[in-house]
Unconditional design. Sequence first.
Length: 144
Amino acid sequence: MIFFSILAVLSFVGVVAIILRNLSLVRSLTEEELARAMAERFSVREELLSRLLVPACDRAHDYCVPKFYAFSEKTLRRFRILVLKTENKLQKVADYLKGKRNLNGDSGNGSVKNSDYWREINEHQNNVKNGLPTGQAGSAVENS
């Protein structure tokens, strides 16, 4: 622990010595010379951006965007299929309930006689009573 403390203090003293030595050089420069010297030096930040970060972002963008679009398309297709299956099942339930309503005699206007099912049953019974073949619907009305 003592070793690291001594190392930290010596490092701090070395940094201060380097700064103070170069500070006298910077004070001796005029503003124009200082601006020109700063413009000639390269920026570590700009160097990192141009060499590492920008190409990495470009590669990530080229890889991630197509994956995201493919995932979104697949998810939307699955959702669409689920919606269509739900719509199909609801249509079957509605048709089933419509058939039950007609069988129970409620065809919309409250009359049992208006139901197609009961109309066919009555025509068949009339044909049987009149001795006509069962395949000739409506002929009992024409003969009477």
